[in-house]
Design a protein around this ligand. Structure first.
Ligand SMILES: Nc1ncnc2c1ncn2[C@@H]1O[C@H](COP(=O)(O)OP(=O)(O)O)[C@@H](O)[C@H]1O
Ligand SMILES: [Mg+2]
Length: 268
């Protein structure tokens, strides 16, 4: 398999009112992604979605277990994985095109070629006319477009996205979703996409990984056999969205009950 997570566990050191402890954030996470597959990860807030993505990014080390990408064990960050967060991590002192080119400089490709590549991806995300704009003069949606162009320009094997559109307004989200979907259809990158929106997951995913919390774990992996581009008002779409939503809510409720039990157990 292209990307394999093999019994990945993650514990963080922490403290609560009962003293220091090790919080089991992720437990026994195993799944695979095929090359070119679009995998979405959904689950209640705090279940460890971002931690999981950071593990694959190599920004966080697993306590045990291993992650293998294209035959190589992940031991740290690498250029073959591009990461995109909720807030675009752009350099404020560079303009739009300079931000895209910045990532390419490390690859050692000639300057003229860097410009060509940046042009191609800025056109793809429809930012070409804004290439000379300073970052603080473009909207949130444009910032995420710029971050996407930069990530795509790196031509990494794996695109890791952590709720990249969730800070944007609804209208912008719908436009960017359609754009990303079309870009993915032409580029066929392998994507791991974290979202709290079940609708978004059903819109993008070949398969949806549903997580449960306390500890964070894979609850179910659900294939989405709907042709693209998908219509969020289509009956099949709505049925799948409802099914997955109920799974997510169920585990959120369960964990709320656990929290309640914990307060009862706490010494008075
Ligand atoms: N660096 C860290 N140190 C300690 N705890 C952490 C750290 N990063 C995440 N956590 C904990 O891991 C849990 C999962 O967090 P996160 O992965 O951000 O969840 P999600 O993205 O699903 O909302 C949370 O309880 C959070 O407090
Ligand atoms: Mg998160």
């Amino acid at each position: 398999m292209y990307l394999t997570l093999n019994s990945v566990n993650k514990r963080f050191d922490g403290a609560n009112n009962r003293g220091r402890h090790q919080k089991e954030t992720l437990k026994d996470i195993s799944f695979e992604a095929a090359q070119g597959e679009f995998l979405c990860i959904v689950g209640p807030s705090g279940c460890g979605k971002s931690t999981l993505l950071n593990l694959v990014a190599g920004l966080v080390r697993p306590t045990s277990g291993e992650i293998v990408l294209d035959g190589k064990k992940i031991t740290g960050p690498g250029a073959e994985r591009a990461v995109m967060f909720q807030e675009a991590a752009l350099y404020p002192w560079l303009n739009v095109i300079e931000n895209v080119i910045f990532g390419l400089q490390a690859t050692g490709c000639p300057k003229a070629r860097q410009k060509e590549i940046a042009e191609r991806y800025l056109k793809m995300v429809r930012l070409w006319n804004y290439r000379e704009y300073p970052i603080h003069q473009i909207s949130g949606g444009m910032k995420q477009r710029a971050a996407l162009a930069r990530a795509l320009a790196m031509d990494s094997k794996l695109l890791l996205m952590d709720e990249p559109f969730s800070a944007l307004d609804k209208q912008t989200i719908h436009i960017l979703r359609a754009e990303l979907e079309a870009i993915w259809e032409t580029n066929k990158k392998t994507v791991l996409y974290v979202t709290h929106s079940v609708e978004e997951a059903v819109y993008f995913a070949d398969r949806v990984i549903v997580m449960a919390e306390n500890p964070g774990r894979v609850k179910e992996i659900i294939p989405i056999p709907i042709t693209r581009p998908r219509d969020i008002e289509d009956a099949k779409f709505i049925a799948l969205r409802k099914e997955i939503l109920s799974q997510v809510q169920l585990s959120a409720w369960k964990s709320a009950e656990n929290e309640f039990d914990e307060t009862k157990e706490a010494p008075s």
